[in-house]
Write a protein that binds this ligand. Structure first.
Ligand code: AP5
Length: 217
């Protein structure tokens, strides 16, 4: 299974990616996490990307495509993959088609996770995530068991700088202007599946697995 999770910031793409990747036994490829790792490592790409990320803007396509191309060619994607946060604009979607053609693969589905803006703002104001395994928590609704530590590897959880309210508002604007046009793009290709992203995380996972199986729940 080869598919994309698309949705506004805070829709639950990262949360669902980790769960689906484990359930389906396929790698998940999160461009946001890969970019944050490059920022943390201080690579030239990370230094350049950070200028855009801290403002809530999209990182230029050429930088993101370098990461995606090398990740998709890594050799562990033969049985499938899950893209989280890529593509994010029409030119990235076209570049993805080219890369997949080159490695003789194609997408099976694009899952659009739909969540109202107010819920997004509530979620992002209380998000904390594990820098080691990528698991994401909501301090109010989905807190870790231990005090500020990841349930799976005890790593201290971190807040994201781009979750500051003014940056979240810009990320939402950027999503509406640049990413939302992909909904129509993939609808036109018969790949789009819409999912209600409000509800328990297990419930949302079941909805996604249901549409991937062709049996909506
Ligand atoms: P990225 O890291 O991809 O951020 P994003 O798309 O804005 O999405 P988020 O990670 O904020 O949210 P999410 O949908 O993953 O939700 P989560 O599961 O964490 O990108 C960051 C930046 O990198 C971009 O702004 C851009 O600069 C750059 N970038 C990345 N990809 C790029 C690309 N392709 N091109 C150019 N630039 C790129 O959940 C959020 C919160 O909600 C958590 O607290 C979680 O616990 C909670 N939650 C999740 N599900 C539920 C639920 N069902 N009920 C209640 N709470 C829930």
């Amino acid at each position: 299974m080869r598919f994309v999770l698309i949705g506004p910031p805070g829709a639950g793409k990262g949360t669902q990616s980790v769960l689906l990747s484990e359930y389906l036994g396929i790698p998940h490829i999160p461009t946001g996490d890969l970019l944050r790792a490059a920022v943390k490592d201080g690579t030239p790409l990370g230094v350049e990307a950070n200028k855009y990320m801290e403002a809530g803007e999209l990182v230029p396509d050429d930088l993101v495509l370098k990461i995606i191309r090398s990740r998709l060619e890594a050799g562990d994607t033969g049985n499938g993959f899950l893209l989280d946060g890529f593509p994010r604009n029409p030119s990235q979607a076209e570049a993805l088609e080219t890369i997949l053609d080159e490695i003789r693969q194609s997408l099976d589905a694009v899952i659009a996770i739909e969540v109202p803006d107010q819920e997004i703002i509530d979620r992002l104001s209380s998000r904390a995530s594990c820098p080691t395994c990528g698991r994401v928590y909501g301090i109010r609704k989905m807190p870790p068991t231990g005090d500020g530590l990841c349930d799976f590897d005890d790593t201290p959880l971190e807040r994201r700088e781009d979750d500051a309210p003014e940056v979240v508002q810009n990320r939402l604007n950027v999503y509406r202007e640049q990413t939302e046009p992909l909904i129509a793009y993939y609808e036109g290709r018969g790949l789009l599946r819409r999912i209600d992203g409000v509800g328990g995380t297990d419930q949302v996972t079941k909805r996604i697995v249901g549409v991937l199986d062709g049996t909506p729940v």
